[in-house]
Design a protein around this ligand. Structure first.
Ligand code: IPM
Ligand code: MG
Length: 368
């Protein structure tokens, strides 16, 4: 049997330093669990622009299409702010999502007990929180046409288009219902059907998929603005939230902060199954490239490491090994080991990015 293949794209800013810690974890699985991966590495974002004049080369795109899973660090940085829109670092990431057709973006927001005091919300509001945002990732206003900046009379007009087909809504709704069945069996769908036709269609189609295929799952609908308010008021009312590309972008950042730090949260972007039955997949932390702290050993590698745990679970059917890695992270946090984003409490041990990776490897060692 051939080893599962992984393409690693560290990207920009803190991407390479957090990815170096993931490499330690991957190496650990090869050495201690006999789970070897064929790992290749490539460039994306500003790093690719610097080397090739484009945020993603066709060769890297082809490689991403051919591996079992892609693991991405982060893209972007102030150095690239003035580049033409078409070659900005973010375009590389968006091309990967679009061409791999990764329509379901899973963004869990889980509050680790050790960090419950760290949230800006009261402890009882977030302790034990475990929600999953399913964000549609390949359509909506991110990709709709027409788009652009046009001349109109004596001024310019900026245009983007929110557009969803029924089949695009159906497939992401199915992803949400399937996930809910394996969790708390509850889905809340968010749109703005009160002001947008695309929201009216979204609500109708999600309801139809529910009634025809998932009547056993509890479904509710909420306007996205009210959803944002409820997320801050009492987030534990939610299990799975399904929403469009732009609302999902905003709501997932808000949900991430409930848990204390954006440096903690992983994500999985999944598409249709490939010939080998595995879904097309890209895993990445929810956080960005954080150029202000890049290269200083301050970055938290946990979001990227937990993204690899999601790869174990969703691409490689290794749920037990994913549990092992998540427990190792939990143990290290319970021991008071903290990167710079999580300092401020009494009795914690401040560590660098690389020391955090080492601590998680040590916790993995203790688990076998
Ligand atoms: C995210 C990011 C991206 C997005 C950017 C980097 C293009 O904010 O993954 O949430 O807007 O989707
Ligand atoms: Mg975002």
């Amino acid at each position: 049997m051939t080893n599962p293949s992984l393409l690693i794209l560290p990207g920009d800013g803190i991407g390479p330093e957090v990815m170096a810690e993931v490499r330690k974890i991957i190496d650990w699985y090869g050495a201690k669990r006999d789970l070897a991966f064929d790992v290749s590495e490539g460039l994306v974002g500003g790093a690719s622009y610097d080397a090739h004049g484009t945020p993603l080369t066709d060769e890297t795109m082809e490689q991403a299409q051919s591996v079992d899973a892609v693991l991405l660090g982060a893209v972007g940085g102030p150095k690239y702010d003035n580049l033409d829109f078409s070659v900005k670092p973010e375009r590389g990431l968006l091309r990967l999502r679009k061409e791999m057709d990764l329509y379901a973006n899973l963004r869990p927001a889980q509050c680790f007990d050790a960090l419950a005091d760290f949230s800006s919300l009261k402890k009882d509001v977030v302790a034990g929180l475990d929600i999953m945002i399913v964000r549609e990732l390949t359509s909506g206003i991110y990709f709709g046409e027409p788009r652009g900046i046009f001349e109109e009379g004596n001024e310019r007009v900026g245009i983007n288009t929110q557009r969803y087909t029924e089949s695009e809504i159906e497939r992401v709704a199915r992803s949400a219902f399937e996930l809910a069945r394996r969790r708390g069996n509850k889905v809340c769908s968010m749109e703005k059907a009160n002001v947008m036709e695309s929201g009216i269609l979204w609500r109708e189609v999600v309801q139809k998929v529910h009634d025809e295929e998932y009547p056993d799952v509890e479904l509710s609908h909420m306007y996205a603005d009210a959803g944002a308010m409820q997320l801050c008021r009492w987030p534990k009312q939610f299990d799975v939230i399904v929403t469009d590309n732009l609302f999902g972008d905003l709501l997932s950042d808000a949900a991430a902060m409930l848990t204390g730090s954006l440096g903690m949260l992983p994500s999985a972007s999944l598409g249709a199954p490939m010939a080998n039955g595995r879904p097309k997949a890209l895993y990445e932390p929810v956080h960005g490239s954080a150029p202000d702290i890049a290269g200083q050993g301050k970055a938290n590698p946990i979001a990227c490491i937990l993204s690899f745990a999601m790869a174990l679970r969703y691409s490689f059917d290794m749920g037990d090994e994913a549990d092992r890695l998540e427990k190792a992270v939990e143990k290290v946090l319970a021991d008071g080991v903290r990167t710079a984003d999580l300092l401020g409490e009494e009795g914690v041990t401040p560590v660098s990015t690389s020391e955090m990776g080492d601590a998680i490897v040590a916790a993995l060692d203790a688990s076998v």
